[in-house]
Design a binder for this molecule. Structure first.
Ligand SMILES: NC(=O)c1ccc[n+]([C@@H]2O[C@H](COP(=O)([O-])OP(=O)(O)OC[C@H]3O[C@@H](n4cnc5c(N)ncnc54)[C@H](OP(=O)(O)O)[C@@H]3O)[C@@H](O)[C@H]2O)c1
Length: 239
């Protein structure tokens, strides 16, 4: 595949390494130096992979739509524009796959989290909490993955109505605690705590290669699929 890397930082470089090993070619790399790249530079690209910064994701996605290039988006923190992007994608028959987390392990964790939330719905004596830990350069808090985990719990557990990123004494609010520590690629935990015991599920990323591998898997899958909006659950067939 001919790939455009929209964002060539920690993730872009990791994706490049694995893409070349798999026989793909990188035709375009975008950083802040060439952020004003034109749509014509995307001509002939099979898939664009967007791991940039929250404030640039939306305009990069729109450029891909203009160029008719399927786009895989890993950048988090831009989701207030998701409805607008999805509407444009459908109206213009474009192809989009976005995920708060591309790691296969996290997507299996999402499934487990959903099932556990359904099970725990009958046991209000367990207080549920979410914790996410990331490296200190991370720009958004809580993490996109942390928000996905919280939303899965809220959808499947009647006790919680919304998430908050602070301590809360309101029983209807689900606390997401964000911690920033040096060199942590991403750790997510869900706790169910009662007075007598505690259940914990936890995913620990040991490096960024799981995200990069997943993003490439998604890109290969997307290049073979037709117009529409997709997720990692589609790629992994774990809906
Ligand atoms: N979904 C997932 O699985 C997953 C996993 C890890 C990270 N992420 C997310 O992916 C994003 C990138 O993470 P990262 O760790 O790679 O960040 P990073 O190291 O800061 O890299 C960001 C890159 O974007 C470039 N950039 C700046 N302006 C741009 C523009 N207008 N268009 C395109 N690129 C531009 C930066 O260039 P300069 O260096 O010149 O500024 C840099 O190369 C973050 O939102 C992060 O939360 C998602």
């Amino acid at each position: 595949m001919k790939i455009a890397l929209l964002g060539y930082g920690k993730m872009g470089k990791e994706i490049e390494k694995i893409a070349i090993e798999k026989g793909h070619t990188i035709e375009l790399k975008v950083t802040s130096d060439n952020a004003e790249f034109s749509t014509s530079e995307l001509i002939g690209i099979d898939v664009a992979i967007e791991f940039s910064r929250p404030e640039f994701a939306v305009s990069n996605i729109k450029k891909c739509f203009d160029a008719n290039v399927p786009v895989v988006v890993g950048t988090t923190g831009w989701y207030e524009y998701l409805d607008e992007i999805e509407t444009i994608c459908i109206a213009r028959n474009q192809t989009l796959l976005y995920a708060t987390n591309f790691s296969i392990g996290v997507n299996l964790f999402f499934k487990l989290n959903t099932q556990l939330a359904q099970l725990m719905d009958k046991y209000p004596e367990y207080k549920v909490e979410v914790e996410e830990i990331h490296h200190t350069q991370k720009l958004d808090a809580p993490s996109g993955t942390g928000i996905s985990i919280a939303e899965q719990i809220i959808e499947n557990n009647n006790l919680k109505e919304k998430w908050v990123n602070e301590n809360s004494t309101n029983e209807k609010e689900l606390e997401i605690t964000s911690k920033r520590e040096d060199k942590v690629p991403g750790t997510h935990s869900v706790y169910y705590k009662s007075g007598i015991d505690e259940i914990e599920i936890k995913h620990t990323a040991h490096s960024r290669s799981g995200f990069a591998n997943g993003a490439l898997l998604a890109s290969e899958w997307l290049a073979k699929n037709k117009d529409g909006i997709y997720s990692m659950q589609d790629v992994l067939e774990i809906k």
